[in-house]
Design a protein around this ligand. Structure first.
Ligand SMILES: Nc1nc2c(c(=O)[nH]1)N[C@H]1C(S)=C(S)[C@@H](COP(=O)(O)OP(=O)(O)OC[C@H]3O[C@@H](n4cnc5c(N)ncnc54)[C@H](O)[C@@H]3O)O[C@H]1N2
Ligand code: MOO
Length: 415
């Protein structure tokens, strides 16, 4: 792979990468207790009104609004869970019910007064204040969600608030998309695993573990498949022997070096390349394509590059493949603290830290893509357009948070 690469522009690369992906259709049923991070594969329709019946939001007295200011006789106490259908007789003049939070409210009353707002409270009577609001402290049947409403859409990632909604509907088993399978590979004779001894010339394989962990943070499970040796024949064989994965992600070995065989090895295994080379910094040699039914994503070997490119490019692809609807990066706005230079003519991905809406670029933007600590020191990335050569002091900037949210609509996060 010594040929000079044609660098695709950033927007096109994002478009082409997403175009490669056909969302999974495979589903399974799982208990909600094990469903955090999984993706709903069908809409959830409300089958029990929220709330299910008119109920009291306070412990107090259920009255007719016209009885404001009067001393009322307490006819009965109503508790949450009580069946009150037997309260056939409606309240007579100067009568009220004592009622607890969450109790069904009889149809003859229209207002709830909290106990602490009343005076002369005894077992049998209570004085209602003068100044009250009709309908206060009542929660009405179906005011939150009505039977038949779509309360959750297919493609949403299950979190604790979604579990609250599912449980509120009496749903214990939910249909989700089957998890996509992802293989993680590293390349390079210089690599040792973290538990091995390494000489001064060797380095520890940090990419595989870092990428698997980032994927785990985003609810994906990846399998580590080992290190491809720097040898074309062995690389071809290594790839040929891989099991069928939905996605294969490698790092390293895709640039112009004499030992960069990864691209060729995938090609010899039938890879249909979508692009090799994107006009970005860092991540220029990035390569993507399809090999049979597998998506192949080859990231550069530099750890910082691999980690930010998997976040920027690959996570949206995996989300799409997993059937998610919210796949596009969102941004937050902040003010840039110190001026810094960027490389004009390329889209720059710049690391830094944002705190209280102030963005501070990492190490004056003079770090290398082989570094690891910079990533640890940062919580956001700033992406520049090709024509930008510096970001000024106090300039308003758009940032993608490294633990940011994803949306269904595409936004322009370029600065
Ligand atoms: N003549 C050119 N040389 C390079 C170009 C170019 O356009 N022309 N591009 C440079 C850029 S940009 C990058 S990025 C790198 C990427 O090259 P590769 O993808 O082939 O990556 P390697 O050479 O295999 O590794 C780069 C670097 O990263 C270290 N590495 C690799 N894997 C791991 C791992 N699993 N854990 C930790 N570190 C890893 C490796 O030892 C190298 O130091 O190419 C430039 N060269
Ligand atoms: O894409 Mo490379 O990581 O700029 O050095």
């Amino acid at each position: 792979m010594h040929d000079k690469l044609n660098y695709l522009d950033f927007e096109n690369a994002i478009f082409k990468s997403l175009e490669l992906v056909n969302p999974t259709q495979l589903c399974e049923l799982i208990p909600i207790n094990n469903s955090i991070g999984r993706v709903l594969s069908s809409d959830i329709i409300c089958k029990k009104n929220l709330p299910a019946f008119n109920n009291s939001a306070m412990d107090g007295f259920a009255i007719k609004f016209c009885d404001a200011g009067k001393t009322l006789k307490i006819k009965k106490s109503i508790f949450a869970g009580d069946k009150i259908d037997d309260l056939k007789e409606s309240l007579k003049e100067n009568e009220c019910y004592k009622i607890m939070t969450g109790s069904k409210v009889p149809s003859c009353v229209d207002t709830i007064i909290p106990i602490e707002n009343c005076s002369f409270v005894s077992e049998s009577s209570v004085k209602i204040p003068e100044d009250i609001k009709k309908g206060s402290n009542l929660r009405f049947k179906g005011e939150e969600q009505k039977e038949g409403d779509v309360i959750l859409k297919k493609g949403e990632v299950i979190n604790s608030s979604i579990i609250a909604l599912l449980a509120s509907q009496g749903i214990m088993i939910v249909e989700v998309y089957k998890k996509i399978t992802i293989a993680i590979l590293s390349t390079g004779n210089e690599l040792k695993e973290p538990w091995e001894n390494s000489t001064d010339e060797e380095i520890y394989n940090c990419n595989s573990y870092a990428l698997i962990s980032q994927l785990k943070e985003k609810n994906f499970e990846a399998t580590y498949c080992g290190v491809i040796p720097d040898d074309l024949e062995k690389s071809v064989e290594f790839i040929r022997n891989l099991k069928n994965y939905d996605v294969i992600i490698s790092t390293g070995g895709i640039s112009m070096g004499d030992a960069d065989f990864v691209g060729e090895a995938f090609l010899k295994n039938g890879l249909d390349i979508a692009f090799h080379g994107v006009n970005i910094k860092p991540g220029r040699p990035i390569m993507m394509g399809k090999m049979r039914d597998s998506l192949v994503i080859c990231l550069p070997g530099n750890p910082l590059t691999a980690m930010i490119n998997i976040y920027l490019f690959v996570i949206p692809m995996l989300k799409k493949l997993q059937g998610e609807v919210f796949i596009n990066h969102g941004f937050v706005k902040a003010t840039n603290k110190n001026e810094f230079k960027t490389k004009k003519g390329r889209v720059n991905i710049v690391l830094g830290k944002v705190k209280n809406s102030i963005f501070e670029v990492a190490r004056a933007n003079k770090y290398g893509s082989g570094m690891i600590t910079v990533l640890y020191e940062s919580n956001a990335i700033l992406v520049t357009s090709e024509e930008v050569s510096s970001i000024n002091e106090n300039q308003e900037v758009k940032l993608i948070l490294l633990d940011g949210h994803f949306f269904d609509d595409k936004v322009n996060f370029l600065n």
